[in-house]
Design a protein around this ligand. Structure first.
Ligand code: HXC
Length: 258
């Protein structure tokens, strides 16, 4: 049997997915994206998992979609197969939080995959970029939409129009990544963050994720209304009672529904 393109492990309540085409710098082909989608959906169904981490190798989170595979595709090939939508958007169906732990290159589709995750933790070795312009195309898996939302129009235009790479420090300053850590500590840090998230009440974690995402999808008023409604609904859960009672009693919360 050929080796898995995505390695699947668990660390306590954290699901860990490692992109595994290291020789091709984790270039993302259809087979890899299919495996990634299946693994994500399996963790989504698994009550023992509260958060998911996606990582790559030391040299590359992913250096983009597989250029060799795409090179000869025609317009009709990509249109008829609905390239990208078919297996890339599985990640959007995941309601549990997903953390991208990025070391080395996160370019093109690799950067877009990281940006589809809920938060990005970068090694100091990380390099982000949308170099598609150099290949005669543009980002196709959300880069022109998610990058400006993360870093603002000016820097997004700079990166997308020139195809240059941005280091971890610049990415943190720009707001693309939440933390930068030494490369050797990347996975430990990401798993630690995921473990903290997975210790919270799953209902509030999922509703928090859904509400934050609304900030990027609709108008401010729609988002505020959505947030208010799900906030109200959490008062119908046992975990809200436990969480607030524990605070008042000056003890750790013991959430029932994790
Ligand atoms: C296919 C790739 C690849 C890619 C690297 N490789 N990136 N194969 N698709 N995106 C392969 C190389 O061909 C090479 O294979 C091996 O990985 C090692 O890469 P090198 O280039 O030898 O490494 P290095 O000199 O260290 O340069 C690293 C690099 C460079 C700067 C990251 O590989 C590079 O520029 N890669 C392409 C980056 C890019 O343009 N990404 C955007 C793709 S388009 P061999 O067999 O020779 O050892 C895209 C569109 C997204 O993502 C649309 C939505 C999905």
């Amino acid at each position: 049997m050929s080796e898995s393109l995505v390695l699947v492990e668990t660390r306590g309540r954290v699901g860990l997915l490692t992109l595994n085409r290291p020789k091709a710098l984790n270039a993302l082909n259809d087979a890899l994206m299919d495996e990634l989608g299946s693994a994500l959906l399996a963790f989504e169904q698994d009550d023992g998992i509260g958060a998911i981490v996606i990582t790559g190798s030391e040299k590359a989170f992913a250096a983009g979609a597989d250029i060799g595979a795409m090179k000869d595709w025609s317009y009709m090939d990509v249109y008829r197969s609905d390239y990208i939508t078919r297996n890339w958007e599985t990640l959007k169906r995941v309601r549990k939080p997903v953390i991208a732990a990025v070391g080395g290159y996160a370019l093109g589709g690799g950067c877009e995959l990281a940006m589809m995750c809920d938060l990005l933790i970068a090694a100091d070795s990380a390099k982000f970029g949308q170099p598609e312009i150099k290949l005669g195309v543009i980002p196709g898996a959300g880069g022109t939409q998610r990058l400006p939302r993360a870093v603002g129009k000016a820097k997004a235009m700079d990166l997308i129009l020139t195809g240059r790479m941005m280091g971890a420090e610049e990415a943190e300053r720009a707001g693309l990544v939440s933390r930068v850590v030494p490369a050797a500590k990347l996975l430990d840090e990401a798993i630690e963050v995921a473990t903290v998230i997975a210790s919270m009440s799953l209902a509030s974690v999922m509703m928090a994720k859904e509400s934050v995402n609304r900030a990027f999808e609709g108008s401010l008023n729609e988002g505020l209304l959505f947030e208010r409604r799900v906030f109200h609904s959490l008062f119908g859960t046992e975990d809200q009672k436990e969480g607030m009672t524990a605070f008042v009693e000056k003890r750790e919360a013991r959430f029932k529904h994790r």
